[in-house]
Design a protein around this ligand. Structure first.
Ligand code: OGA
Ligand code: MN
Length: 285
């Protein structure tokens, strides 16, 4: 069914690794999709978890229009708003207001975007605008595979556990204290540790830097277990490393992946600028 639809369409899907990620070839994302194309792209997204569109050049408005074809845009955290003339486009950058590299690359810890929201982000779309000469990769870990690699007894145990996800905690862990306004804007949420993907029905581990402790437990008791699970889930055999090319636009599924930015370039020297839009997900149950 899917192949027939794709054959009839003007694009191809080429798998990049046996673990996840595929290139979508033949689409100019400035042009709105017809329904058949939209549905086939979404199916490819579910099948591959990460879609890589090459040689794109979207304005912020065009990126917003592309994103909205798949759902509702998600607002960004307070600190990330306002830096852009387009409130739904978050500028991911290592430059200061004067355009000089700060030496700081953000999002280098494993996470799933906005997991502290009651309806965590379904997908993130990241479009490379300025890249360093080499490196500045984004690394992804497949949480379906990480869950499926656990033995049945541990799966059964983890199926019963819920986790508190806290933006406050993850900011504290990188040395930042949130203001009261920021705290009010992003209170913690609780999600199943083994989350059922709403579209595929497959279970995936749901953790990362915002995962604080088990519901009913405490950070002191549970954090070590959460970090051990993260170590399990981010083993090399579950990873895909995206080495960005100029013009790349990635769309990834936050419901079954963790990701992080790799500071494997001279962060204090070379600019790296991406445009980011997020799609709202559904509440977990
Ligand atoms: C993000 C993110 C990673 C990167 O934008 O949500 O985690 O490589 N980015 O910049
Ligand atoms: Mn992220």
């Amino acid at each position: 069914m899917q192949n027939r639809a794709i054959d009839a369409l003007a694009f191809q899907v080429r798998r990049l690794t046996d673990k996840m990620a595929a290139e979508v070839i033949g689409l100019d994302l400035r042009i709105p999709f017809d329904t058949l194309t939209r549905d086939a792209v979404y199916q490819a997204f579910l099948d591959n978890q990460i879609l890589v569109f090459r040689d794109q050049d979207l304005t912020k408005e065009e990126q917003v229009a592309f994103t909205e074809q798949f759902g509702t845009l998600e607002r960004h955290t307070l600190g990330n708003r306002g830096a852009s003339d387009s409130p739904f486009v978050h500028i991911v950058t290592n430059l200061d207001a004067d355009g000089r590299p700060t030496g700081v690359l953000k999002s280098t810890l494993w996470h799933s975007d906005k997991s502290f929201r009651p309806a965590p982000s379904m997908a993130t779309i990241l479009h490379a605008r300025v890249l360093p000469p080499d490196g500045g990769d984004t690394v992804f870990a497949n949480m379906y595979a990480a869950y499926e690699a656990l033995d049945a007894a541990e799966q059964a145990e983890l199926d019963q556990v819920r986790v508190v996800h806290s933006w406050e905690l993850s900011r504290e862990n990188i040395g930042r204290t949130l203001s009261q306004a920021e705290l009010d804007d992003a209170p913690p949420s609780t999600h199943p540790l083994a989350r059922e993907h709403p579209d595929t029905g497959r279970r995936a581990l749901f953790l990362g830097m915002n995962a604080s402790h088990f519901e009913g437990g405490s950070i002191e008791e549970d954090r070590a277990r959460i970090l051990a699970l993260e170590d399990h889930a981010t083993q090399e055999r579950f990873l895909y490393r995206h080495n960005w090319r100029q013009g790349d636009l990635l769309m990834w599924d936050n419901r079954c992946l963790l990701h992080r930015a790799d500071p494997n370039f001279e962060v204090a020297h070379h600019p790296r600028v991406m445009h980011r839009t997020c799609l709202r997900g559904t509440p977990t149950s």
